[in-house]
Write a protein that binds this ligand. Structure first.
Ligand SMILES: Nc1nc2c(ncn2[C@@H]2O[C@H](COP(=O)(O)OP(=O)(O)OP(=O)(O)O)[C@@H](O)[C@H]2O)c(=O)[nH]1
Ligand SMILES: [Mg+2]
Length: 605
């Protein structure tokens, strides 16, 4: 029987997980000599590469001496916390990375809490010790204190610690040791991570933690085998969380090595392999012995905390840029997403709209971004937190927020967060002269805060947050103050009118952009919406902006991205998303209806 170790690499965002996995792949000699490998090889999908972040958990395998090590790289951004939760059951140990300068951050707490909950003993890797301002001793204390706070048991409190610079390819047991290579970390994995329990001779029990597809064999479930064996060509029972059972034959069995996959005939307890042959295989399903099926517990991940209504685009420009625009197409796509993404939910709401729920704006934003790249066109409303009722009390999600600001911005940060119902829990001067402020804040209070925070701190503030728990509803929190500049006509925007409107606020559009009545074309410098005409002055040709004639100078418009729009919009606004454009519009395009609504709102106050 092969000696196997199964580990997941977990951390706060950017603490160096994917870079560390690169080095483990490199230094174990997993790649062929001539193989060209990109940096952060595990971040394989387009959006991951573009943004330099991990979005999906992915597994790889390396050989070290006589051991096979299955490694799962996980995302560190709080919105993808579900990706971490769903893989922790599949491993027997975790590498917890902590940035030697930043120290314990909100998502460090979240992932460590989950790992402790599964009874795992973390191998702590204090990473980026090469960084200026790195302070491994302080960070180690923080990790220890966190484990105590999480009520870790004695064994867990005796966690092994290594010091590393993943990017430079070394890890070591003591700071004084020489910077050499990753050998100490390989040793730690072999010595400190327990072997899988379970027996190859028992009845088969395996569980799917990731879905994949293959043009030839269809759906593939990446599974951890807990007991028994799986053999190509043999028949097994697939048991779903709801209890439904289907019998099928394994048509293809796939093993992993580095970035490669290859066909295998058999795998046994302890290993991670991909299985094809079950048409309706989903994440969380168990694959069991057909005569004595003992399914594994379904997976549990935290429920979504944020939801947004997605609907068919019904604006004047609808259908011009997208390929898939109907309610049926959108519904099909969302259903497909829910099969693989166990941290998200979807609920049809009637009138060609769907409630999509997830962990945060980024998670929902990435789904929307993937959809527009696939040719979809649709609208999104303002994100709302998912509230719950507990014993007759309305509850809402709270987040743990950490902001790092230069001292001079401490006051404004505290004041602005106070207005958003944040409760400060600590204030720590950091060695680099910044101040670290920690808060507990209703998730609602964070919607739209990032932009404001960056402006207030002149781009120097850093904020990080992750889910804490549900608490009683905390009343109204402030929302956006500036109003919208709303187009009152349909057509193509004209340079001259944009020039005239610049003094009214920040423009979102450029000359020749298509606009329509009710579309938001800028942010007003003042509260309250303003209807404006971006088409006026048609007789003055647009040529005047492009030529050498600099009679009018246009300020570069503020770029509207999917996420910035989600942060910015109010309840009476919608985002129109197509493969080519992101536009903001008023929910009601009719100015008369809007005026009446504004008057009613004012009277009711
Ligand atoms: N100075 C320094 N930088 C590092 C080190 N390891 C990684 N980095 C840098 O940190 C950044 C983030 O690295 P990633 O490996 O993508 O971090 P990650 O934890 O996988 O990030 P997410 O998956 O998005 O949570 C990159 O710019 C790396 O080059 C290190 O040891 N020292
Ligand atoms: Mg990563």
């Amino acid at each position: 029987m092969q000696k196997i170790k199964n580990i997941a690499v977990i951390a706060h965002v950017d603490h160096g997980k994917t870079t560390l996995v690169d080095e483990l792949l490199q230094q174990s000699g997993t790649y062929a000599a001539h193989q060209q490998v990109e940096e952060r090889a595990m971040d394989s999908n387009d959006i991951e590469k573009e943004r330099g972040i991990t979005i999906l958990s992915k597994n790889t395998a390396i050989t070290y001496g006589d051991h096979k090590i299955n490694i799962i790289d996980t995302p560190g951004h709080a919105d993808f916390g579900g990706e971490v939760e769903r893989v922790l059951k599949m491993v027997d140990g975790v590498l917890l990375l902590v940035d030697a300068q930043e120290g314990v951050m909100p998502q460090t707490k979240f992932v460590l809490k989950k790992a402790i909950g599964f009874g795992l003993i973390p191998v702590v890797v204090i990473n980026k010790i090469d960084k200026d301002g790195s302070d491994p001793d302080r960070v180690l204390d923080e990790v220890f204190d966190l484990l105590v706070a999480l009520e870790a048991n004695e064994e867990q409190l005796e966690f092994p610690v290594l010091y590393a610079a993943a990017r430079d390819g070394y890890a070591k047991w003591e700071m004084e040791d020489e910077n050499k290579d990753m050998t100490p970390l390989f040793e730690a994995i072999i010595d400190k991570v327990p072997y899988p329990v379970g027996s190859p001779d028992a009845d088969t029990q395996a569980q799917v933690f990731t879905l994949d597809s293959d043009n030839f064999v269809g759906r593939i479930g990446i599974t951890r085998i807990f007991n028994g064996k799986v053999k190509k060509g043999d028949e097994y029972l697939l048991v779903k969380a709801c209890g439904a059972k289907t019998k099928s034959r394994i048509s293809k069995l796939i093993g992993f090595k580095g970035l490669e996959r290859f066909d295998i005939d058999e795998a046994e307890a302890g290993d991670i392999v991909a299985i094809a042959g079950f048409n309706d295989i989903d994440v969380g399903d168990s694959i069991c012995d057909k005569t004595n099926p003992v399914p594994l517990d379904p997976m549990h991940v935290e429920e979504p905390t944020l939801s947004v209504i997605m609907s068919v685009n019904n604006g004047p420009l609808a259908g011009q840029e997208g390929k898939h625009v109907t309610s049926n197409k959108i519904s099909e796509r969302l259903e497909k997403e829910m099969e693989t993404n166990i941290a998200m939910r979807m609920e049809p709401m009637g009138d060609a709209s769907f409630k999509v729920s997830g962990r945060g704006e980024l998670q929902i934003g990435i789904l929307a971004e993937n959809m527009r790249r696939e040719g979809f066109e649709f609208m999104l409303a303002r994100p709302e937190v998912v509230t719950r009722e507990e014993n007759g009390v309305k509850m809402e999600p709270f987040e743990h927020l950490v902001v790092d600001v230069p001292e001079e911005f401490q006051g404004v940060a505290i004041e602005k967060l106070g207005k958003r119902k944040a409760n400060m829990t600590s204030l720590t001067p950091m060695p680099d002269g910044t101040i670290r402020l920690e808060f507990e804040i209703p998730a609602r209070g964070l919607i739209g805060f990032r932009n404001e925070f960056l402006t207030d701190t002149k781009g120097e503030g850093i904020m990080n947050h992750s889910y804490l728990e549900y608490r009683p509803y905390s009343g109204t929190v402030v929302s956006r103050t500036p109003g919208a500049l709303v187009s009152m006509d349909d057509g193509e925007a004209v340079a001259f009118s944009i020039f005239n409107l610049q003094s009214r606020g920040t423009m979102f559009i450029s000359p020749q952009d298509k606009v329509y009545s009710g579309m938001v074309i800028g942010e007003s410098a003042r509260p309250g919406d303003l209807d404006v005409n971006p088409l006026k002055g048609k007789q003055l040709t647009n040529m005047r902006t492009s030529g050498a004639d600099d009679a009018i100078k246009l300020v570069t418009p503020r770029a509207i991205t999917l996420e910035s729009a989600m942060e910015w919009i109010e309840d009476d606004e919608l985002i129109e998303i197509t493969p080519l454009s992101v536009r903001i519009r008023k929910r009601s395009l009719d100015p008369v209806v809007r005026k009446r609504a504004a008057r009613d709102k004012k009277n009711s106050k």
